[in-house]
Design a protein around this ligand. Structure first.
Ligand code: ADP
Ligand code: MG
Length: 834
């Protein structure tokens, strides 16, 4: 039995597929019912039965209250769906798990589907990724590895092309499916890696279907039957035409597909007007009409492709081709606009529907299972090892582009009088019997573009088999491997921004770094937490751009240290080591170590589902509008007309968002709310970047002078470790200053300050100075003066006795007594960490 994961699943918004990589290469399994490769990601609950796939899809128009689709778009949110037939709620994770379970019926490999690679759009954030993994577990897949869809597509593409030289270089993978859009910049060399990507989690074929309804069908009906606000009556669960909306969605999709091959197409449906009269409706729609309404959306994807090239300092000439993936790339306008505007040759040679699953299966074939499966028919590997006097270790490449592979086998124990034999399972290669030594080398001859399975066996002098390797030795020839998956966004911690008296983000892991990642950060508590108190230090984690405001990012969850969990008090100003880990499938783990108390806190990260509050979103959009207007007026006043024009356009879109938002109710069945939230975040990030660029220049000067002061102290008083820490920070300086972000510069200043404090913390001068400055506060500045007074007296005594260690502790106790409003800038506290 294979020790590879072998199964690759494309869990799509619209369609899901199961790929498998076995000794015959990669294949896509077909549905035993109907023999199609695709399973519509659609679930219906009817008469106590659960129906999944094509049959469920056919029911969308008939029974919308009990049929669910496109739930991939809601993964990672707290949203649930109400099932009318059994008056219960079902989550996007549960629905996805049902689709995965159904896919298991496609499995004709003879192997149990207990480990799989499942693909996700590369713009999926950590919450969406975790939700996908959870769906896998719920479907009984014990081991789930996530793979970003553009990598899967690139693997499918690259492994199809025989001539490697034609592949070397940079490529774009453009994936426009039913619900999401992704464009990735991929580099192919000996291996393949995704250099960068952009995407929109709420843009796909589904939006085109909705536009057909909103812009073509609704105006026609409104005019013909004199109805007002028909679209609103369609999109709300309680609306009179909600059912019609689902019926039309299905019909619009069929029409759209027809228009990919024909110039005109017809739409037929029943319409009950407001007087209750049933009418046969018939509409003839031209491709040109369709193109006109979807053009802005498609242009939006092209803008993202442009932006991707720009941020990577590339032009069309640097790109070999743009590879198309996803069902919506069948739309002729997508192809023509791409060819015209990007100027890169468009490649549509791979099947856009199956590419992701094929790539996922290739990836699965290169990944070992973490839990070993017992070998078939030969007992478990464990037993074999116990019986056998031999312990063999192997060394070889599991994937290669060479035509042969060197296999080295190290045998422990007495090998005299024994022989070994390596055979390829198809019979095309056999070493015959070779005397066994402690180190054995064989050159394996490989079948091209296939997985080569080899068996290893040891015989005694009488030719009795004494050892059979339970695991197959597998070498994949001619397939590309992936250099690794990258993180799609910065993962950040929210800490106090002492300077501006609010909070800022600090990157824990940076975008485009290879997963998995591990990092230790030393931070400082900016509040005191007493042992046994009901208080806690709560630190938010965000995903987004580290240079932006927390509001521009997606909240991921939080770290929490509770007073009730403490074995000793934690004082403001004491340091905490935070050890962050993120796996290839984006599980986050955080461990905290409080240096002063010596206490360790394991697994303090608690993820949370995303939820959007309409009122809050309205408020945020209004604020952004004000921001935008401010810049617009300023640009006009300073005659910067280019900037003014740009902000005028932003302002218009924000007004449009505001109007859209005004129309949305809690009963809305579309994804508009999520789409608006995504747009809001886009503008928020844009304005942030502008803001930080304009305020960072003063910070730069401050940083440079602060750095010199620090260097003096560190080189005169610090030890080798301090110098090393300092130089490490300075080595990053150029990058930080180039980013022109006051936040980033502030973070570096804080890091240097921490070294200085570390050096000075036991320094008698510094301790006495701190005591003196605390003494300068008046009585009313303290929460409990009599207590503070007692500490001051103890401090005087410690000072006289020159007991500076004691004085240091007393300083801490006095600081705790200081009222919040007397905390000067440096003591500003909001998040509990700085
Ligand atoms: P997903 O990755 O979301 O599961 P797919 O890559 O399977 O999606 O693409 C599904 C989307 O492609 C749907 O919105 C579907 O309507 C659209 N689509 C499929 N075939 C065509 C076609 N011939 N013309 C236009 N759109 C198509
Ligand atoms: Mg897809």
């Amino acid at each position: 039995m294979s020790d590879r994961i072998s199964f690759g699943i494309d869990l799509g918004t619209t369609n899901s597929l199961l790929g498998f990589s076995g000794s015959n290469g990669v294949e896509i399994f077909k549905n035993p019912v109907g023999h199609k490769e695709t399973l519509p990601s659609c679930v219906a609950f009817r008469n106590g039965r659960t129906i999944i796939g094509e049959k469920a899809r056919e029911l969308i128009g008939k029974d919308p209250g009990n049929v669910f689709h496109s739930f991939k778009r809601k993964m990672g949110t707290g949203q649930t769906y109400f099932v009318e037939s059994n008056t219960s709620f079902v989550s996007p994770i549960e629905l996805s798990a049902l689709v995965l379970k159904e896919l298991k019926n496609f499995n004709f490999s003879g192997l149990p589907l207990t480990a799989a690679v499942i693909t996700i759009p590369s713009s999926f954030d950590t919450l969406q990724s975790n939700a996908t993994k959870e769906a896998g577990y719920q479907a009984g897949i014990e081991e789930v590895l996530l793979l970003q869809e553009p990598i899967a597509a690139s693997l499918a593409f690259a492994n199809k092309i025989a001539d490697r030289e034609k592949l070397e270089g940079k490529w774009l993978v453009y994936d426009l499916g039913g619900g999401t859009f992704d464009v990735a910049l991929v580099e192919i060399g000996d291996e393949m890696r995704v250099l960068d990507h952009k995407g929109d989690n709420y843009l796909g074929g589904l939006d085109f279907d909705n536009l057909i309804i909103e812009k073509l069908i609704v105006p026609y009906l409104e005019l013909k039957y004199s109805i007002d606000g028909l679209f609103d009556k369609m999109r709300n669960t309680g609306g009179a035409y909600n059912k019609l909306y689902y019926i039309l969605q299905h019909k619009a999709e069929e029409l759209k597909k027809e228009l990919s091959v024909a110039e005109t197409a017809e739409l037929e449906f029943d319409f009950t007007d407001e007087s209750g009269q049933l009418n046969d409706e018939y509409l003839n729609i031209r491709r040109a009409d369709f193109e006109e309404i979807v053009r802005p959306k498609i242009q939006g994807t092209i803008d993202l492709v442009d932006a991707l090239l720009k941020t990577n300092n590339l032009t069309a000439a640097d790109i070999r081709q743009i590879v198309l993936v996803g069902g919506s790339t069948y739309i002729p306008l997508v192809r023509s606009l791409l060819a015209e505007s990007i100027g890169v040759e468009v490649n549509n040679t791979i099947d856009p529907t199956t590419a992701i699953a094929i790539g996922a299966a290739y990836f699965a074939s290169s990944k070992l299972r973490s839990t070993q499966v017992p070998a078939a028919n030969t007992g478990t590997g464990e037993e074999k090892k116990k019986d056998s006097q031999f312990r063999i270790r192997y060394s070889y490449n599991k994937q290669t582009s060479d035509t042969d592979e060197v296999l080295v086998m190290l045998a422990e124990g007495d090998t005299a009088g024994y022989f070994y034999r390596v055979t390829r399972k198809d019979g095309g290669f056999d070493t015959g019997l070779i005397p066994l030594k402690n180190k054995n080398t064989v050159i394996l001859s490989l079948l091209l573009k296939a997985r080569n399975d080899f068996a290893f066996e040891i015989f005694d002098a009488a030719n009795n088999s004494v050892y059979k390797e339970p695991q197959t030795i597998e070498v994949e020839q001619g397939t590309y491997s992936v250099y690794g998956q990258t993180l799609p966004n910065d993962i950040c911690l929210e800490v106090d921004n002492v300077n501006s008296q609010n909070t800022r983000l600090e990157a824990v892991f940076a975008k485009n770094n290879l997963l998995p990642l591990k990092r230790t950060l030393t931070k400082t508590f900016s509040k005191t937490l007493l042992k046994g108190s009901s208080d806690s230090v709560l630190i938010n984690m965000y995903e987004g751009d580290k240079f932006s405001r927390p509001a521009s990012c997606i909240p991921l969850g939080h770290l929490q240290i509770k007073g009730t969990d403490l074995t000793g008090d934690i004082y403001r100003g004491s340091d905490v080591e935070l050890i962050f880990e993120i796996s290839e499938s984006r599980d986050i783990k955080v461990l905290a170590y409080c240096i002063s108390s010596g206490q360790e806190f394991s697994d303090i990260f608690k993820p949370m589902a995303r939820s959007i509050d309409i009122e809050r979103l309205k408020h945020e959009v209004a604020e952004l509008k004000d921001d935008c207007e401010g810049t617009l007026n300023w640009a006009l006043a300073s005659q910067d007309y280019e900037k003014a024009a740009q902000h005028k356009a932003y302002q218009e879109e924000l007004i449009h968002l505001e109007i859209e938002l005004g129309r949305i109710t809690q009963n809305d069945v579309t994804d508009s709310l999520y789409q608006i939230e995504e747009r809001k975040r886009y503008y928020s990030q844009l304005f942030d970047a502008q803001h930080t660029q304009s305020t960072s220049s003063g910070f730069k000067e401050y940083y440079l002078s602060y750095k010199n002061d620090c260097r003096d102290l560190i080189y005169t008083r610090g030890d080798a470790k301090h110098k090393q820490q300092f130089e490490k920070i300075v080595a990053e300086e150029e990058k930080i200053l180039a980013a022109a972000s006051s936040y980033a510069i502030q973070a570096v200043i804080n890091d240097m300050g921490r070294i200085v404090r570390e050096i000075r913390k036991n320094d008698p001068d510094f301790i006495v100075q701190t005591f003196e400055s605390l003494r300068s506060f008046r009585e009313e500045c303290f929460k409990d003066w009599s207590l503070a007074h007692k500490y001051f007296q103890m401090g005087e005594r410690a000072f006289e006795e020159r007991n500076y260690i004691e004085l240091k502790t007393i300083n801490n106790s006095i600081t705790v007594q200081l009222k919040d409003e007397y905390l000067i800038n440096d003591n500003y506290t909001n998040t509990g960490l700085k």
